[in-house]
Ligand binder design. Structure first.
Ligand code: URA
Length: 239
């Protein structure tokens, strides 16, 4: 890994800022001052110091979790188990946090990381990352509802970007419709509020996809795995 990336990853400043630290001769690798940001190091074996303080290597971690119900998208909570509790102490020292939130009763794809910059880019509305949900709702969803979703829907405190509503099937006995919805922001209760706007109530909500990243169907509720290099690259290439 390049020394400038290593220092930036460890939270010591932006790439530009860490270049200044290097230029000032404050950084050593194995007791030798390095000034070049291109200098490579082996993160497993080389010792890096800043002002003679050892910088221990804290790798970035990117996990996908299949969030179960009754678990909150937070790192700490007094009432409910959190998504971090799902990890059973794994990565405990790496201070992971959820990238955005799913409601307590929403299941499915949730990213956990300790890379703040990555989380910021995923969540930024500017990047318009599509998020696809499976939503089971009351009543029969109509072509009119699809049109309402496809135009900018005014939800009072904000106007949602046009979204896609796909009807998978209507169960007349239960008077319920199964749908897929793709939205481009992630406002509080957004999918539920959009359905409410067209007179339907969401009975079940599961996030299936974020950008190119698809929920791994082999993950049971509450289970997680690291993203593959390819998944991470694809996700980042669209930001
Ligand atoms: N929209 C909602 O209403 N709830 C979620 O958890 C996610 C999107």
């Amino acid at each position: 890994m390049r020394i400038d990336r290593f220092l930036a990853n460890e939270g010591l400043g932006s790439r530009k800022e860490v270049k200044q630290l290097l230029k000032a001769g404050l950084v050593k690798i194995n007791d030798i001052v390095v000034k070049s940001p291109n200098q490579h190091l082996d993160v497993e074996t080389d010792e890096v110091t800043l002002n003679d303080h050892l910088i221990s290597y804290q790798p970035f971690v990117y996990l996908m979790l299949n969030k179960p119900q009754d678990v909150v998208s937070a790192t700490q909570d007094n009432l409910h188990p959190t998504v971090i509790d799902c990890l059973d102490g794994a990565y405990g020292h790496l201070e992971l946090f959820p990238v955005g939130r799913l409601d307590i009763d929403t299941t499915g794809l949730l990213l956990l990381t300790n890379d703040g910059q990555f989380a910021h880019r995923i969540l930024s509305p500017k990047n318009k990352i599509p998020k696809t949900y499976a939503a089971r709702v009351t009543d029969e969803v109509t072509a009119e509802d699809q049109e309402a979703f496809a135009s900018s829907m005014d939800l009072g405190d904000f106007v949602a970007m046009p979204s896609e509503l796909e009807i998978l099937g209507y169960d007349a006995d239960l008077n319920q419709t199964d749908t897929h919805v793709t939205i481009y922001e992630g406002k509080f209760h957004q999918v539920k509020r959009m359905f409410e706007k067209v007179g339907k109530e969401v009975l079940q909500l599961e996030r299936l996809q974020m950008g190119s990243l698809v929920l791994d169907e082999n993950l049971d509720f509450g289970r997680w795995r690291e993203l593959s290099e390819t998944e991470l690259e694809h996700l980042l290439s669209n930001l």
